[in-house]
Design a protein around this ligand. Sequence first.
Ligand SMILES: O=C(O)CCC(=O)C(=O)O
Ligand SMILES: [Fe+2]
Length: 263
Amino acid sequence: MNAVLDVAEIRQEHVDRLVAGDVSAVRVRGFVSAGTAVEIGDSLARHWSLSRYRNTPELVRVGESHWETHDDDGSTNEAALEEYLRRADMLMNEIRAACAPHQSPLDQLWLMLEKEFGLERARIVDREMFAGIGRVFPEGTELLPHNDRLARDAPGLPLGLELDAQLAANIYLRAPEVGGELQIWNLRPTEEQLASWQADGSGYGTDRSLVPAPDVVLAVAPGDLVVIDATALHGVAKQIKGTRIGLSCFLGVRNGRPWVCWS
Ligand SMILES: O=C(O)CCC(=O)C(=O)O
Ligand SMILES: [Fe+2]
């Protein structure tokens, strides 16, 4: 398997190779200039609404994620879901405003994908989901190995069953001086495997001592766009020195129909 496919724009053939497991990541280097990326990252890091994930308190973010509408037992917290849907547009506009005077790199991504594949906001019944979270990984934090699958993470949502693939797109705005690499395994674990590797005290992650070393360790750089298959096992190495900031969303591939995006 090739580690990383460097491209100028995301095209169907790149997505096919990602989903086939022929490459671990597709990257557009300098998707935005490094200078712009760092400015936007600083603006997000100062944002008034920067706050901890409701159910993953070591991470802080601007925006929200559907994942936070779960309680620890995996059941949907209806009040949190209502709040997530109610605030979706407002928070997306906040992130746009935080990028000004620059175009939001997320809008740039979504316009590129819309032209190539068609793209819509994912919906829950008739309400659009939030898309495009700004994530800050403070020094010392990491993301344990995990995967992301809408059919599991939002049980009861028919969209999960409509997807031909689920990708995760990350646009990096700031990289720590040491650490913070994106780690990818050539593994698409089953739910049984994930359950048997579950880390003590973590609602989402696997115990690193129970899985092999990652197959690909990708240093991230401000301005780079990296797209992976979200159903492959992936994680983020500890920020040893410095902070890591990025913008992130999921992309649902629907062959023959517009893709969907959400966070
Ligand atoms: O921040 C990253 O590099 C990846 C984060 C992640 O787990 C995801 O986007 O699904
Ligand atoms: Fe993930």
